[in-house]
Design a protein around this ligand. Structure first.
Ligand code: NI
Length: 194
């Protein structure tokens, strides 16, 4: 089921999400719904708070960027990927810059500096514990989604100067005025269709 995506301004985006204790049909359904919602909105990542939930769960599908992986001589793991109860155990000292966007903050794209690589401990969708090193585009998307389950948004990483420049546009989004071509949920307006 495709779910509306919660916009900047909704409280749930600022909550710290909670570990998922055990596998259940409900969790598997939630994962399927999140993947479907991400694909429908043409996103490459989606975290549970973005659909109004408080589980430490996010999904990633960078397959639209497969060519970049091939060019970089990197192997793209099977997509989509599911991350439950993720924990960053190590981050590289080297940083990289990349322009990010977010389905909860439509039409805003800004350069964010983040560690180039990280090691992540997590459960996959079959609740198998994994520890893996990610770099490049996957590391970037994973860090963005990981932030979401900690109540952090990419705009929090921008300078206060940059945020001031965006103030008006961010306020529009908080009030539900967006050009998003997918269903969104705004704090005071509820579900808004495109
Ligand atoms: Ni996001």
């Amino acid at each position: 089921m495709i779910l509306p995506i919660y916009l900047l301004g909704t409280d749930v985006l600022r909550e710290i999400a909670l570990d998922v204790e055990k596998d259940s049909p409900e969790i598997q359904q939630l994962i399927d719904d999140m993947i479907e919602t991400m694909h429908a909105a043409k996103g490459i990542g989606l975290a549970a708070p973005q659909i109004g939930r408080t589980e430490r769960l996010f999904v990633v599908d960078v397959s639209p960027m497969e060519e970049d992986f091939v060019e970089a001589g990197m192997e793209l793991p099977g997509q989509p990927m599911v991350f439950l109860n993720a924990e960053i155990v190590d981050e590289s000292e080297d940083d990289s810059e990349f322009e990010e966007g977010c389905l909860s903050i439509p039409d805003i794209h800004e350069v964010v500096v983040r560690p180039e690589a990280l090691t992540l401990r997590y459960l996959d969708r079959s609740f198998t514990p994994r520890e893996e090193r990610f770099e490049g585009m996957l590391a970037r998307v994973i860090q963005h989604e990981y932030d979401h389950v900690d109540g952090v948004l990419f705009i929090d990483h921008l300078s206060s100067f940059k945020r001031r420049l965006l103030k008006r546009r961010l306020q529009d989004i908080r009030e539900g005025r967006t050009e998003a071509d997918y269903n969104v949920f705004a704090k005071d307006k509820g579900v808004i269709k495109p």
